[in-house]
Design a protein around this ligand. Structure first.
Ligand code: NAD
Length: 369
């Protein structure tokens, strides 16, 4: 079977998750090609060498520029902080490589636009790492909405609560610097905004408020919002809300999305990620409320490839499904969601950031024109 060579830029949490995805994908799904992660890069030689050994990657380099130009690398997988993405994507695309880039595509819309344009101009396959779409329950939510399970959508609601920035003693790192780590709106919000655009449609206008409670860490100024809440209007009149916060005590990575339509509600809560809650106004009154769907039935998206019903899947599954979805379409494509979607999401993020800074409603078109 043909092999596809992969080079992963960055060996941190996402480098590990993506390496895991490529390794497991052929065991879970029948694929037309075999993925081989051939090289991984990072700036610290000892650390990247140790990571390469742990992830089962045969070679490492301290120069990502070397990785993107290797002949045996077909796909460049970008797992570094957001502020570095655009430059790496552009170099990989110019070298004729397919690109998978972690979210958010960049720390600002201009860089995101440039990255998407570079991939488009080079004509290479490209994808953005909105992995949560590949969880069975969220893929099922999308399918059910498309099939009319809630009727016409009226409202969208999404919250993400974590405690990762709560402790003022956490030392400064790239996540606290907006130009490198992006805003919390972009870091956490990209996933939820992607889901909203995917399930509901385009967002026209937004307003937002943001707060940073700890403005200095390790003697350095923090310019990243720790908590933001946003109101949005979609094309066609659907209204929505987002709350993105990293200062919620004892909340680990709790995200919830809910869609309310003319005759139904669907709700997903990440703390029970194999489930979906559904209510339908045509139900008998005795059944009033939301019922719990176990998104593990063989007819549900992704489920048949995994474990017997009742065993469930986890976070890692989204990376295996992501790798399998992309490799399944190698080399013809198309890949989705692509970097263009990454740029569309980034435009909404920037509109929210501007709205919070200027305390007003902002049209997304103000950012993209
Ligand atoms: N999809 C998800 O579920 C998810 C989860 C966490 C992070 N992410 C995203 O993945 C990306 C990486 O996050 P992470 O948690 O793996 O970070 P991390 O800090 O664990 O790892 C970052 C990697 O990038 C390298 N790096 C750091 N600064 C760099 C620079 N200036 N130039 C080049 N390389 C640099 C580091 O050496 C390390 O290898 C971010 O864009 C983040 O938003 C996605």
């Amino acid at each position: 079977m043909d092999e596809v060579g992969i080079g992963i830029v960055g060996y941190g949490m996402m480098g590990r998750a993506h390496a895991y995805g490529y390794e497991l994908a052929p065991r879970i799904r029948e694929l037309p090609v075999t993925p081989r992660v051939r090289v991984i890069s990072g700036r610290n030689a000892a650390a990247v060498e140790a990571a390469a050994e742990r992830y089962g990657v045969p070679e490492f380099t301290t120069e990502w520029t070397e990785l993107v130009s290797r002949e045996d690398v077909d796909i460049v997988d970008v797992c570094t902080p957001p502020g570095t993405h655009a430059e790496i994507v552009a170099a990989a695309a110019a070298a004729g490589k397919a690109v998978l880039c972690e979210k958010p595509l960049a720390a600002d819309y201009r860089s995101a636009r440039a990255a998407a344009d570079a991939a488009q101009a080079a004509g290479v396959l490209n994808a953005i790492g909105f992995n949560y779409r590949r969880l069975p329950a969220l893929a099922l939510l999308k399918r059910m909405v498309d099939e009319g399970a809630v009727g016409e959508i009226l409202l969208w609601r999404a919250t993400w609560q974590s405690d990762e920035f709560l402790d003022p003693a956490i030392p400064f790192d790239w996540r606290f610097e907006r130009a490198m780590g992006a805003s919390t709106i972009a870091d956490l919000g990209t996933h939820l905004i992607d889901l909203a655009l995917w399930v509901v449609g385009e967002i026209d206008e937004v307003t937002a408020q943001s707060e940073t409670f700890t403005r200095e860490r390790s003697g350095r100024h923090v310019d990243v919002d720790e908590s933001s809440s946003c109101l949005v209007g979609f094309t066609g009149g659907v209204r929505g809300t987002f709350e993105l916060s990293r200062v919620c005590a004892r909340r680990p990575c709790d995200f919830v999305v809910e869609v309310n339509g003319t005759h139904g509600t669907l709700r997903f809560d990440y703390s029970n990620l194999n489930e979906l809650w559904y209510g339908d106004t045509t139900d008998d009154g005795n059944l009033y409320g939301l019922r719990r769907i176990r998104a593990e039935h063989p007819q549900h998206p992704y489920a048949a490839a995994w474990w017997p019903i009742g065993q469930g899947v986890g976070y890692g599954t989204s990376f295996v499904n992501q790798a399998a979805d992309l490799l399944e379409r190698w080399p013809a494509g198309p890949w989705a969601p692509d970097l263009e979607q990454g740029a569309r999401v980034q435009a909404v993020c920037e509109a929210m950031e501007r709205a919070a800074d200027e305390r007003r409603w902002v049209r997304v078109g103000e950012v993209t024109r």
